[in-house]
Design a protein around this ligand. Structure first.
Ligand SMILES: C[S@@+](CC[C@H](N)C(=O)[O-])C[C@H]1O[C@@H](n2cnc3c(N)ncnc32)[C@H](O)[C@@H]1O
Length: 285
């Protein structure tokens, strides 16, 4: 077995602090000292891709060489955590079909019938979350004639958005998709050496992807969303940033609409116009 040789190239404390401030100001993600090893590992890949000598060299170009603007997208792509799964935190999807949809459709303007139901996945990563929504709503449409829906899916990270738009996933990732849904909505690749699945075009067309930084002062999104999923992104922000983001999201949710956050995230204790409905589910009051 080959001996493990630990990397010798490290970020100075000053550079890590400067990078941390830059990243937190730009995308809200906190960079406490425990993340230093992770950031170093990811940025070493950038150092290699740019053919630079060291992390020190990388930081010099970033902070002193005026290359911050052009490198920002790559830097954010390198430091964001994009872990996601189909049917992640499945209770939300159960709640959506069992409670949220019947409730929304009992409202006078009947979203889904009189106009398309609008759902926003506000930190969508490579698309497993919005495509899960597409399958769940596709199933709902089978039980209700004329049911229409649109899913908006945004993220700050450009490389995940490119993957999301393609809608092609390693077959392993589709393990959590129930068999009947997989049969109806996923198509397997012919290449059995690299097995992948792809969502059927009819569902892909219902998901509209776009770039959006939750730190931006305004979101260029409709203000009458019926449901917003903002899951497993807030956890990387500090409390004040979480509150600011949540209050902006509330402006895009119509009264009576639902907000889903990750099960390890909290909205409680804030003065937002939200009523707690059940675990990690809130209603716009
Ligand atoms: C761990 S993934 C969660 C994906 C999905 N919501 C889920 O729960 O499976 C977090 C996502 O948040 C995105 N993100 C982080 N900061 C963001 C910001 N300021 N604006 C928009 N998206 C952000 C990341 O790029 C990443 O794709």
């Amino acid at each position: 077995m080959e001996e493990y040789v630990p990397p010798t190239d490290h970020l100075s404390d000053r550079d890590f602090r400067r990078l941390g401030e830059l990243i937190q100001n730009y995308c809200g993600i906190r960079m406490p000292p425990v993340k230093k090893t992770m950031v170093e590992g990811r940025l070493r890949r950038r150092v290699r891709a740019l053919d630079l000598a060291s992390l020190d060299d990388y930081c010099r170009r970033l902070f002193d060489g005026g290359e911050l603007g052009s490198e920002m997208v790559e830097l954010i792509d390198a430091v964001t955590t994009n872990k996601t799964e189909f049917f992640r935190e499945i209770e939300h999807f159960r709640f959506l079909t069992a409670k949220a949809l019947p409730h929304l459709q009992s409202q006078p303007h009947r979203p889904g019938r009189d106009r398309p139901l609008k759902i926003w996945s506000a930190a969508c990563s490579i698309g497993a979350e919005p495509y899960t929504l597409a399958m769940v709503l596709g199933e709902h449409a089978r039980t209700m004639r004329d049911f229409r829906f649109d899913i908006y899916a945004t993220d700050i990270c450009t490389d995940v958005l490119q993957k999301a738009k393609l809608g092609i996933f390693p077959e392993d990732m589709a393990r959590e998709v129930p068999n009947d849904l997989a049969k109806r909505y996923l198509r397997r690749s012919r290449d059995r050496a690299r097995p992948t699945v792809r969502l059927i075009p009819d569902l892909r067309q219902r998901v509209h992807f776009g770039h959006l930084n939750l730190m931006d002062p305004e979101y260029p999104m409709d203000t009458d969303m019926d449901v917003i999923f903002c899951r497993n992104a807030l956890i990387y922000f500090d409390k004040a940033t979480q509150n600011t983001v949540l209050s902006k999201l509330c402006r895009h949710l119509r009264p009576g609409g639902f907000l889903m956050v990750g099960h390890s995230e909290s909205v409680l204790g804030s003065s937002l116009p939200l009523t707690h409905v059940t675990s990690a589910v809130f209603m716009r009051s």
